[in-house]
Design a protein around this ligand. Structure first.
Ligand SMILES: [Zn+2]
Length: 282
């Protein structure tokens, strides 16, 4: 009987030791990297293994299909999508499929533009964010490509954050990178201006058309409240009169692309760090 008890005790100690050892080994063995960071490409089994155990953050590109001077109509989709790919690993995030349509009523008149009504867009965007929260993401980072969606996205972000107890960040890269624009181009930017043209030139250099460009295609944005024209008179809208004309310089494009992405990655990491520090919606 005593022998039996001793044997059981020894066995228990061995099992405990073995358990502790393998747990320690688990920590030291690097976890395999995801086969992809794109939600479109993950199977549900791998997604389930990754979220939320290993990945708590998702990047959601949201754009618009609208005219942009002599760069692609899909610029507002291509830019945040490329941004998401450039920063996903640095911020340990997955990338949600891009919402390629947005609210762009003042540009609907231009060939190839698609404008969704605010009434349809706002709840749809909110449901996307809510579903990402339901899937276990703790940090939802909306990378917007289009200012016309921003007010609606900010509202959707607020509602989803408080209803689902998650953290949501909406990033307007062209405003966040305001000082980088002035550093790289030595002047202010514009819609489809130097900044946006350069960023997209770094992504799809074969789809930029300087041969179609004329300087008079650009107009300064109206000073606040001065006037409002629908359709807009120019798809290149300069933030400041006399500044922001596209440069089409490939070296500047690469430099700008890298600096903007570094800024966006830093903002995401800093925001998550501060949310964690505050312990909100953990
Ligand atoms: Zn744009």
């Amino acid at each position: 009987m005593n022998h039996k008890r001793t044997a059981i005790a020894v066995l228990a100690v061995v099992l405990l030791f073995w358990g502790a050892l393998s747990a320690a080994q688990d920590k030291s063995v690097p976890r395999p990297t995801p086969t992809t960071r794109e939600m479109n490409l993950l199977c549900w089994q791998e997604f389930g293994e990754l979220v939320p155990a290993r990945i708590e953050t998702v990047l959601v590109p949201m754009g618009s299909l609208e005219p942009h001077g002599v760069i692609p109509n899909g610029t507002d989709n291509l830019a945040p999508e490329a941004m998401a790919r450039a920063v996903a690993e640095r911020v340990n995030a997955l990338i949600a499929p891009t919402l390629n349509y947005g609210v762009t009523a003042a540009m609907k008149a231009f060939p190839g533009a698609v404008s969704i009504s605010e009434e349809a867009y706002a709840p749809f965007a909110e449901e996307i964010l809510g579903n990402l929260a339901d899937n276990g993401f703790r940090n939802i980072i909306v990378l917007t490509g289009h200012g016309g969606n921003t007010a609606l996205l900010n509202r959707a972000a607020t509602r989803v954050a408080n209803r689902c107890r998650v953290r949501v960040l909406v990033v307007n890269w062209w405003t966040l990178a305001d000082d980088i624009t002035k550093e790289v181009f030595k002047e202010n930017g514009g819609h489809a201006g130097n900044n946006e043209t350069a960023y997209v030139q770094a992504v799809v250099p074969d789809h930029i058309h300087p041969e179609r460009y004329k300087r008079e295609m650009a107009s300064p944005n109206p000073p606040a409240g001065a006037y409002y024209a629908v359709p807009v008179t120019s798809t290149i809208g300069l933030y400041e009169k006399g500044q922001g004309y596209p440069t089409f310089d490939p070296a500047q494009a690469k430099d700008y692309f890298r600096k903007v992405n570094d800024r966006v990655a830093a903002l995401i990491l800093d925001t998550i760090k501060k949310w964690d520090l505050a312990g909100v919606y953990r």
